[in-house]
Design a protein around this ligand. Structure first.
Ligand SMILES: O=P(O)(O)OC[C@H]1O[C@H](OP(=O)(O)OP(=O)(O)O)[C@H](O)[C@@H]1O
Ligand SMILES: Nc1ncnc2[nH]cnc12
Length: 180
């Protein structure tokens, strides 16, 4: 990796704080609010998220509620794509598809508007963090049920010891700025 890229990663990493035992005992919670507060980290994170996909044709960036919304719309604009939210249950107003999944802590459900993407659309799934991969995998199923084609995954942080990437659609590039 280029030296400058590594120093950007080191800088971004330093702006993220780890909160022990939140929201449950044993979870080392990665808090990106401190990254968001820092205008340079904010700009560099946007830059680093877009970098691997700049020359790819992308129709939509799908952002996962809620922290996947923070950089998701910006990433969509950088890639000349639209933005589609995947939300927690009962939040989207029109007709939806749902998928249930297991979290690192607990269980949840995600939904997408059934008219959100067209058949054959090229989609990048973005979230702040991948842990077990349950959320991104459930979102992948929603997109594939709508006939979308996942062409990339984009995360700020990957907790690689949880092997979340094994849950994702195979043979699709997974781009994480920071791998722990
Ligand atoms: O890979 P997984 O094990 O599925 O975990 C990752 C998900 O967990 C966090 O979201 P959370 O459910 O805490 O919701 P929030 O973004 O609304 O805070 C994170 O932002 C990811 O969406
Ligand atoms: N350790 C963690 N930190 C922040 N968000 C998470 N979502 C799942 N696990 C997490």
């Amino acid at each position: 990796m280029k030296k400058v890229e590594q120093s950007i990663k080191d800088f971004i990493s330093e702006t993220i704080r780890t909160i022990p035992d939140f929201p449950k005992e044993g979870i080392q919670f990665k808090d990106i609010t401190t990254l968001l507060q820092d205008k340079r980290a904010l700009e560099l994170t946007s830059y680093m998220l877009a970098q691997p996909f700049r020359h790819k044709s992308v129709d939509y960036v799908v952002g996962l509620e809620s922290r996947g919304f923070l950089f998701g719309t910006n990433l969509a604009q950088d890639l000349n794509a639209g933005f589609v939210p995947v939300r927690k249950p009962g939040k989207l107003p029109a007709k939806t598809l749902s998928e249930t999944y297991a979290l690192e802590y607990g269980e949840d459900q995600v939904e997408i508007h059934e008219d959100a993407i067209f058949e054959g659309a090229k989609v990048i799934i973005h979230d702040d963090l991948i842990a077990t991969g349950g959320t991104a995998s459930a979102a992948s199923k929603l997109i594939e049920r709508l006939g979308g084609v996942i062409v990339g995954y984009s995360f700020i942080i990957e907790l690689s010891f949880l092997n979340g990437r094994d849950q994702l659609t195979q043979n699709v590039p997974v781009e994480s700025i920071l791998i722990e």
